[in-house]
Ligand binder design. Structure first.
Ligand code: ATP
Length: 296
């Protein structure tokens, strides 16, 4: 960890009743980088992020966000954060433009409202009431509200859920622009291609524990990214993992069903999460008990 870290998390624990949702998570986010927090449903990502945002108390561990403990962060600190929650419930009786202009006034150096409307592709809907927007369009308003205050650190919790493919590409462009301006970003997403496109580093959480942490192209270790050559031999599938797939293919000639597979982030992720599945299932059992306690 370095002094240039905008987020420092050390041995973070969060319990709900007797259920441990976050079980000793540590990571840092460096200034200007985009960090993806990945993991299956219920892994503990939102709990972690909400602690960093100051919305949730932690059970134990050390947390620093822009040099401040989120439990003690004041308005000045909050004004430096941009937050796009998983679901905003934003169903206002105001137009897109009114909502953005309204929120822009809360910040000392907001972005230009027109610029933000254009960046999220809502020019044609700027005079439409938010409640009349489609789900994906409302999500774009959430993203616009997250960036209007020119945040130093932007939290994006599943930002593109409900976006059509074109809107997702447009959103990626927006994130790249924010990054180029020096914004540090914490992203959670279930779209592994999105994480691969946007992030510098990633952490994979499963069952409340960090099971992998590293550069987006290095996560899972070097072997996890080794290409696999597959082909059919007398109708039987054969495969060889190799760092020199070209040489293997040259030797094989033109066998039936020949393919070279380069494991994607998604393949590596599924392998990592699969490897910890038994532990994750144990946690899930605990989770349902905790939920019942809350429901009662
Ligand atoms: N207020 C709460 N009371 C009890 N249990 C909770 C509470 N909030 C979260 N949990 C449990 O903690 C675990 C982690 O939840 P969390 O929302 O942090 O997961 P997540 O990784 O963000 O999942 P998703 O990808 O589905 O958003 C889950 O098992 C969840 O049921």
């Amino acid at each position: 960890m370095t002094s240039e870290s905008v987020v420092l998390v050390d041995d973070l624990h969060k319990k709900y009743g007797s259920f441990t949702a976050v079980d000793g998570v540590s990571f840092d986010i460096r200034r200007g980088e985009t960090f993806a927090l990945l993991g299956p449903n219920g892994a503990g990502k939102s709990s972690t992020i909400e602690i960093l945002e100051g919305y949730r108390d932690r059970t134990s561990g050390t947390v620093s966000v822009l040099g401040t403990d989120p439990e003690k962060g004041g308005l000045d600190w909050k004004a430096k954060l941009g937050i796009v929650l998983q679901s905003s419930g934003e169903s206002g009786n105001v137009t897109v433009r009114e909502q953005l202009s309204h929120f822009a006034r809360f910040y000392p150096s907001p972005r230009d409202v027109d610029e933000v409307i254009a960046a999220v592709g809502l020019e044609e809907k700027q005079k439409t009431l938010i409640r009349k927007l489609s789900g994906g369009q409302r999500r774009r308003v959430d993203v616009a509200l997250g960036v209007i205050g020119r945040p130093e650190l932007l939290f994006l919790d599943e930002p593109t859920t409900g976006f059509d493919p074109e809107a997702r590409r447009q959103f990626w462009e927006l994130i790249r622009r924010l990054k180029a301006e020096g914004t540090s970003i914490l992203l959670t997403t279930h779209y592994l291609d999105e994480a691969a496109q946007l992030s510098d580093r990633a952490g994979v959480i499963a069952g409340g524990r960090m099971v992998a942490l590293g550069g987006i192209n290095e996560i899972g270790g070097p072997d996890a990214r080794t290409p696999v050559v597959r082909w059919l031999e007398n109708g039987v599938q054969r495969e060889q993992r190799t760092t020199t797939p070209g040489a293997v293919v040259a030797q094989l000639g033109e066998p039936e069903g020949l393919e070279v597979i380069r494991p994607s982030l998604e393949d590596v992720y599924l392998q990592l999460v699969g490897d910890t599945e038994s532990g994750a299932f144990a946690s899930e059992a605990g989770a349902s008990t905790a939920k019942e306690e809350v429901a009662l």
